[in-house]
Design a binder for this molecule. Sequence first.
Ligand code: C2E
Ligand code: MG
Ligand code: MG
Ligand code: MG
Length: 287
Amino acid sequence: ASKKKGGNCFTYFTPRMQEHAEFRMGLSHDLRQALGKEEFFLEYQPVVDLQTNMVVKAEALLRWKHPTKGLIPPMDFIGIAEDNLLIVPIGEWVFNSAIAQCRQWRQTLHPMFQVAVNKSPVQFAAEHRKKEDWLFEMAKNHQEGNMLVVEITERLLLDGSSQVSERLAQYQQAGVQVALDDFGTGYSALSYLKKFPIDFVKIDRSFVRELGTSSQDAALCRAIIVMAHSLGMQVVAEGIENQRQLLMLQEMGCDFGQGYYFSPPLGPEAFALWHHEWHQHPAILSR
Ligand code: C2E
Ligand code: MG
Ligand code: MG
Ligand code: MG
């Protein structure tokens, strides 16, 4: 922090910062063992088609059950896992688990089921050195490829690296779709929307939150939807927590929605139960 502010500004290392640093170091150490000790698991949040009410997609979200500290949210450990590159093997585990789950749900829930997986820029940077076997397997078998949506952020596209465009083109060939996550919170240089093969734009939940109360946020959501549609992309709204937000987004022509209003992220069994309930009572939308 002192560096950012310039040479004349001193910041003190307070006891709280010390504690924080120690907490991070502890987590960093424990993360090394977490994969082998099977402390990770995935939860799945339904992605609802706002035109038909159907659910044939879910976003996989990583969870870490620490043996003594309990459940640690991804925001508290993904940064650390990026710093020590553990995000690479952890990310591979996430992909493999999500694909295995999706394969099963294609048989039990819906033949076109898709799972979205988050992937940080560090994972892209690390993987270009080795080829991803699953990608090549999928390229051979398009049916498997179209099980996956990879969620990236604007951060990844910012430097316009050719490695990134190559990788995204490989995804496209393998049938893997790409979603631009947290849209609107980053740099929002719109030029990359036409430069990269992006299938979905996910409106960040900070815009959805104020939909009913802020006319600016409503205008932004509407503009994102119109723009994405005119570029041939579909729109997912995240963080829908009430019916008001849902109705506004539906009226704006938003394609998909995610949020606590429908369901929080769920373990696989709970997700399957929720899925059956949902399709038995689709009227739940007008609750
Ligand atoms: P994200 O990809 O934008 O995921 C959406 C986050 O919003 C999730 O938090 C989800 O639980 C939460 N959420 C969903 N609906 C609502 C709602 O209605 N209201 C509110 N307030 N929140 C809602 P979560 O699971 O804590 O994940 C946080 C972030 O961690 C994710 O943001 C993603 O960037 C990252 N992440 C999660 N899993 C992975 C992973 O496997 N790999 C990588 N690289 N990043 C991951
Ligand atoms: Mg995401
Ligand atoms: Mg998101
Ligand atoms: Mg987000």
